[in-house]
Design a protein. Sequence first.
Lengths: 184, 184, 184, 184
Amino acid sequence: MGKVLVLYYSEDGHTEKMARLVTQGAGQVTQTEVRCKSIADASRDDIFWCDGLALGSPTQLGTVAAAMKKFWEELLPDWQKLDGRIGCAFSSQGGWGGGAELTCQALLTILMNFGFLVFGVTDYVGDQFTAHYGATQAGEPREAKEKEACQRLGRRLAEWIAVYADGRRELHPLKGLYKRNPWD
Amino acid sequence: MGKVLVLYYSEDGHTEKMARLVTQGAGQVTQTEVRCKSIADASRDDIFWCDGLALGSPTQLGTVAAAMKKFWEELLPDWQKLDGRIGCAFSSQGGWGGGAELTCQALLTILMNFGFLVFGVTDYVGDQFTAHYGATQAGEPREAKEKEACQRLGRRLAEWIAVYADGRRELHPLKGLYKRNPWD
Amino acid sequence: MGKVLVLYYSEDGHTEKMARLVTQGAGQVTQTEVRCKSIADASRDDIFWCDGLALGSPTQLGTVAAAMKKFWEELLPDWQKLDGRIGCAFSSQGGWGGGAELTCQALLTILMNFGFLVFGVTDYVGDQFTAHYGATQAGEPREAKEKEACQRLGRRLAEWIAVYADGRRELHPLKGLYKRNPWD
Amino acid sequence: MGKVLVLYYSEDGHTEKMARLVTQGAGQVTQTEVRCKSIADASRDDIFWCDGLALGSPTQLGTVAAAMKKFWEELLPDWQKLDGRIGCAFSSQGGWGGGAELTCQALLTILMNFGFLVFGVTDYVGDQFTAHYGATQAGEPREAKEKEACQRLGRRLAEWIAVYADGRRELHPLKGLYKRNPWD
């Protein structure tokens, strides 16, 4: 079984809604166990448990919320013990152009510091909408493509875990099992 | 007279349309001279001429187009001769979440390398739309708020030049001369 | 009088030592008042008081310390009231290649979110040593060039404030008042 | 056999020297085939051939050289056909604080855009020296720890390929097969 952790911090509920969708997406891959937890409920055991992790924070001042950053600083005693897990990011910002890509990049930097292999999603999930460096959103996801971006991120995470941690090569995204772009 | 250069590279015309809007916005500030040039038409004289510069590139692979990067590499003989100018960035990406914020950040990095002081726009120009780290767009600007983001960026550039290069303190954005957010 | 705030967070004293050096450098510019404060001692009044700010944080997991981030989140009620100040960054990391540049970039992102104009230092302060995107250090500054990088950053901040906030054009770094590189 | 491509662009030979060391490091992992090529000699076949790639560019103006960027833009017809490879970065800058971390981040962004899973090295390879977000250097590697940073990056790439692409779990860096830090 692939083990996916969706770990988030949310203040106004937007990033939490994204987390639920990422969780749904991860669940689309068979033989995957998914935990969705806010940092208030997650422990170091959850981090050690997972094969890979989708990390979500609201964009605050163009970067990660202090509360999320603090969670990882408290994990420093476990640094160099987590290498090789797979990671990705998502973030809700106040408005488009508000820094959610920069926040995803900061989240990925934190994960890389812990030795994670990190990725984005090449797919387009709708007209002019993608999650190349993580799923980004202004406010909460409402349109189908906005929801799909979160789901696809979770699905891709579960797929990479299936392929790389579990050796299920038949699930590789390049196998053409589903439509990856509106124009396909 | 404040001197503004809007310098862009465009392949499909989207970033060029943004450049035209940035130019319009800069022109909203009195006693401002504005040049709008593609890198094919701009020379080092334009760079030396200006007090400040709005730099635009399409997002390609999450960062600056090679052609735009090359333009600045060819200016290396003039490095350390341009310090103190003011700069900002804009970029058109294929889809939201496609890297335009990262591209703006790379454009600002190039300008910082040349000694520019760089900025973003704190204002919201419409519902859930801003240009905190430069104006970003998926494709070309169509909605009013998308156009306004480009215009506001150009206007803010002309304002900082007026305030800092020309000492016209009465034009400082904090003076409340105009509505900076939909909710004001 | 130009007003410079050097604002830092430090755990092991390394970033604090950098802050002291940045403060010294700012003091090299006449008619400049400099305050050096840790975030534990600084208030919003200090932020409003200054014309410009050098912001320092240890590099922790490749980005800003949670404590420093929290300081700025608590300033959110003053967002859009601070636009136009000038900012720069410095950071001490555990080792070279450890993320101090990324941390400086995150600090600058926070300042840009508040409407600051941010900059780096084009000068080389010694053999193979610069502060292009802020002053970076592994541990504490020990060699002359490492100390000089911090001092030059503070000096440059005070210079931009003199030139732009106080109209003292004769202090512009391009005026050739001092040697900016070892090879000059 | 794990297949590693070390792909670089170099003008003054510094990044090329790093590439040779990265290549040596990858060769430390048994059953690994390594190709080391400059972008002038590499083709799309090399990219498709490899399981993972270490990408190196000089830091120019704080980001990727235009020539390297152009190489990847020309690969755009193969976009969405390369997903799932593993990638990392290295860069030589003019001086410490000169942008090599930012360049590595830009290189990783390009690889992420093509669907790569990217990583850094948590290990310290000597006193105050690491490659957390890629191997960085001022000029060419001379000291033992500087050379080791490049080698460790290549070795780690070959290890992740062994573990994830070839299922050789016994080579996982957490297995304690070798000393990962000076203090171990």
